[in-house]
Design a protein around this ligand. Sequence first.
Ligand code: NAD
Ligand code: DAU
Length: 340
Amino acid sequence: MKKTKIAVTGGAGFIGGNFVHYMVSKYPNYMIHNLDSLTYAGDLTKHESIETKENYHFVKLDITDRQSVLNLFSEENYDYVVHFAAESHVDRSITDPGIFVQTNVIGTQNLLDASKEFEIKKFVHVSTDEVYGELDFDPTTFFTEDTPLQPNSPYSASKASSDLLVRAYHETYKLPVNITRCSNNYGPYHFPEKLIPLTISRVLNDEKIPVYGNGQNIRDWLHVQDHCSAIELVMHDGSNGEVYNVGGHNEKTNLEVVETIIKALGKSEELIEFVEDRLGHDKRYAIDPTKLENLGWKPTYNFETGIAQTIQWYVENQKWWKQIINGEYQNYFDKQYTLK
Ligand code: NAD
Ligand code: DAU
């Protein structure tokens, strides 16, 4: 019997990489293909422990290369597509929006066309709560699946555009799809341009932490393993055409997050440096996950345990992030931040 074959795009990145590990170990009878072009955010060293497994295979693929996408899908006969590949960093989208449109919009359209032509069973589009825009600081308000799309950054606008294309392929061509919209993830292999790994790696190096504005913006943190189990559930049991929000009610101000990390590593709060605010900086994100909980999902991490384990992981895996904060990353960092 043919094995269920899953194309995971962006499987060399942070969340896609964790999802590949999760699926390879949990489903020995599935074949997991990791489709990734290996941009600055992708690396395969995180898959060294699974690269010889029979149910894992890497394919170097740029999703903006339409013909290569169509050729691959014609050869492989995928059952599921779980689409993570994207340009994912808001700050980079502010300085260089063009590639966000190319990868996140055109790349998604190429995958949708290939999925339609080769009749996949389900296309799971991994999106973000940022497509809903921002909430104010009233703690009783949340994003639901019915919140209107009001993206504020070029990144979130490109993700919202791709969400609309996914929806349209369902309405027009009856392509079986789901869209998931998750809050901020954290955990192992998080690229050190993002707040939590940036803070941990810099605190470990006794370097200043750039905090935007007054540090009072709020994000709703979810451990990446809980995001993986949510996607697994939606892939198998999500109703066609539906959107599912993913979040675990872990709202923290940025300053609280940074202070937690500094304290856990026994360093001084003098490492904090307040810097110019991000342009168009969204005030607050907070997810109402009721619809996904009704499908059977429950997060397993609270923030306190999750962040302690994550800090420990970065302490033990310095080789991984130290190889990343050289080269391209250092150029990016020097352009992005002017620290005293
Ligand atoms: P990431 O930046 O760590 O990884 C992105 C991956 O996509 C990399 O491996 C990169 O090489 C690959 N990629 C980029 N352009 C490509 C192209 N043209 N062709 C093939 N591969 C390409 O991103 P992440 O943080 O793991 O996010 C994954 C997905 O989840 C994204 O779609 C993002 O919008 C969404 N998301 C992220 C978060 C978060 O907190 N990180 C939260 C909600 C949703
Ligand atoms: O909500 C989901 C989104 O979460 C995903 O769609 C994005 O792909 C992901 O990058 C993340 O976006 P954010 O912009 O929320 O994450 P980031 O880690 O860049 O920033 C988190 C908060 O910390 C935000 O309010 C900005 C602030 N910040 C960030 C950096 C990098 C700082 O204060 N200083 C920094 O140096």
